[in-house]
Design a protein around this ligand. Structure first.
Ligand code: PGA
Length: 251
């Protein structure tokens, strides 16, 4: 089954509007449109709208790093799916390990966010991944399958192709310690088999599963050559357009 590859950059709480504009200009000067891959950037909320036109011209799709689970109302400081779409987002990141650990997001909350995002016609990157303790205790497969199953609870079958799973081992995020291609492939195949059991073979074959955690231009080629790894979610190495571009080329 051939699945379109994805290269996504998660800028986290970095880059002002001006810095982000310069990033896109640099990218556009090097990379011509029409790559056979989905290139997605996740800037801060404040940069979404100002970047929307330039990103479109550069062949880049924008996503938000978070969404609130309700449609609207008295939720001071939160941002709804409709607002994200209004600002030019097509995607949203849900369940990133920083949201799970720093902001205490549970699987139940993550599931509400996934469903709210799909209801708002946003595509979702649902992030899952185990800690080093869980891996050492051989609990990693169980932990990740629960995160996937709980995150996708009551998601309509027809919405599943709009969801991408990002396997991001917590111990690999921002540490320089990447999963080996063998370990990553094993986990991606496991996630796909869980999706098959839960949601059926056809949809499991179609869904894209990307890897994140200290991806750089040195390790990207081997990782993205694995049969069940459909691209990557890049944090630190996405902050500089040249390093992001060199990862893109290696895919
Ligand atoms: P990293 O972050 O590439 O800096 O490890 C990945 C992520 O948090 O999505």
């Amino acid at each position: 089954m051939s699945r379109k590859k994805i290269l996504a950059g998660n800028w986290k709480m970095n880059l002002t509007i001006e810095e982000a504009r310069n990033w896109i200009r640099r990218y556009q000067s090097v990379q011509k449109k029409g790559y056979l891959m989905d290139v997605i950037l996740f800037p801060s909320f404040t940069a979404l709208y100002p970047l929307s036109k330039e990103a479109f011209k550069a062949g880049i799709t924008l996503g938000a790093q978070n969404i609130f689970e309700e449609e609207n109302g008295a939720y001071t400081g939160e941002v709804s799916g409709k607002m994200l779409v209004d600002a030019g987002a097509k995607w949203v990141l849900v369940g990133h390990s920083e949201r799970r650990t720093i902001f205490g997001e549970t699987d139940d909350r993550i599931n509400l966010k996934v469903r709210q995002a799909l209801f708002s016609e946003l595509r979702v990157i649902l992030c899952v991944g185990e800690t080093m303790e869980q891996r050492k205790a051989a609990e990693h497969q169980e932990v990740v399958s629960q995160q996937v199953i709980n995150g996708l609870k009551e998601v309509h079958q027809s919405d599943l192709p709009h969801v991408v799973i990002a396997y991001e081992p917590v111990w690999a995020i921002g540490t320089g310690q990447t999963a080996t291609p063998e370990d990553a492939q094993e986990m991606h195949a496991w996630i796909r088999s869980c999706l098959k059991d839960e949601k059926g073979e056809t949809v499991a074959d179609k869904m894209r599963i990307i890897y994140g955690g200290s991806v750089n231009s040195e390790n990207a080629t081997q990782l993205f050559a694995c049969p069940d790894i459909d691209g990557g979610l890049v944090g630190g190495a996405s902050l500089k357009p040249d390093s992001f571009l060199s990862i893109l080329r290696s895919i």
